[in-house]
Every structure is written in structure tokens, then in C-alpha cells.
Design a protein. Sequence first.
Length: 295
Amino acid sequence: CLCTIPAEVCSVFGGVKWPVVMYAANPATAQVPIAEQPALLQRLAGMAAEPKNTFLVSNPYAQAQFEYQLGINFPAIRVHGLYTGVSRHEGPFARGSEFLVYDRANPLFARVLEALRRYSVPDADTRLPSAFVHISDTDRKYTTFAEFGAVVFAPGDVEQMAFYEFYSMNIPVFVPADPGRFMWPRLRGVSEESCGEYESWLGTWQMKFKDIGEVTLRISCDGKVSRLTSKGDVASQGQLRSLRLLDSLGMSHCAVLAAVDKRSEHPETLKLRLRALREYMNVAHLKGGGSPCVG
């Protein structure tokens, strides 16, 4: 089953036997009455924990929003707006000194910006646009948008396709710096702390190699990788690093674990390539010279 926004629709499939794939853009509780939000968050968290289901989001902000609400860091796959067929690099910039204002609510914000511009007295080092123009004052064609010097983007919610359209057209985009206006209720009991990009790596992992036997790795919130001894002490340590490209085995990260104490039961240096999935981790142990983070 494939579902998207609102996320409440996805919760309807909680009892089905088939895999559920959610591709979400807006917050989990968008368009949901306040009284029903805690129950919805509980259902979504339960569905996300099932191995048969895959929950994805369309941007890092939505990723952070769902992590804030559910305590789970979902993979993010961005949307593309390449269908516009327009690029600002191609010109001409007939209105290059003007700024377009994208605000779906109404033109008021654009009118305020224009009034402030008209009555401002900039110093010699300040360069202002010659006008702020609301989208309703244009023909709303992509070719027209590409003629402006920049876009002042006032998002009505976390995700709007117009942002990807402007971005793909290579137009400079100004967006609000304060994310507070988009914060939504969270699942009760979710920790305030976040591991960000290392959320899916966090924990203790056990594996077995033919040449060196069993290996226990502990990965912390900051991406630090520690090999543990049989007593739980740290034998060697290193740092997760992203590979520039996935290798032929699909590995995404690398780490070189150097011995903390040469007298420990594991004095050798470990050269690893790793990939973290939902319930398990793939690890390749590289032998010989060279770095696992190169090539």
C-alpha cells in the first residue's frame, strides 16, 4: 500500500498484511483534530516499527519534524522540479532587479515589503531590489518567474512544490530563518535529544568474520565507532565517514578503528566499510594497505 499526505490516511492501513510505504511531506498531525493527535502518533510509531513497512519523507525538514513528533529518523528522498523546463542561467533577466514574492495566503506580505522598500533610506553599501512583486501580479508562468532576480518564499506549510520548482530553476530563494512556526505536537515520552544523521546507526552491533572471528561494534550519537572487548571495554575507536559514492557492494560509509591500547585483546587496526539498514548492518572488513575511505 502506498500513501502520502495527510499521514492520517496511512494509519488506516495499520492492520493490513501487505507492506505499507509512506512518502510524507507535511507533519504527522497535519489536518488532524487536536484530540485525536496522540492516538495517531501512537499508531504511526507502531507501524514504523514493523519491518514490513517503509516510511520515507521528502525533505530534511520533514525528516526532523517526524523525528521530533515520533522519535524516529525516517530516510529523506527529495522531490525534483525539473519539469519546469526553465533555467535562470539561460536568461534573459528582464526583471533582474525585482524580487518575486511567493505567498499563497494573500499579497499582503508583498505589499508590506514593497512599502518598506519605498520608504527606506539605505546607506551607500546597501543595494535594494527595485520592486517586490507578488505572484498574483504576474502571468504565473515559469518563464516569467525566471526573469526575477530572486524569490522571497513565504511557505504556507513545511512542504510546497513551488520551492523545488524555484530551486530547480536556479533562482536565489529567501526563506524564513525561524522554524518555530512549523513545530507540531510530539508523541508523549519522546526524548528531546536527536542523533540527526547517525540515528539509524546508533546502538551495539555484533558480527562475525572468517579471519578475526566475532566483532562487537558500538556506534554513538556523534558517529564514533568503538570495537568492544569481551568485557565491554573499548579496544579500538574510529569515526564514521560518508563515502563520496556508494561502492559496488552498496556500502555508504567507512571507518578506520585504531587500537586504544596495544596490549588489549584486539590490538589490530580495523578498516571497515558499512551500510546501516532498518534491522541490520552490512560490514566489509578490508585487508592490506590503503584506506577504506578511498576508491
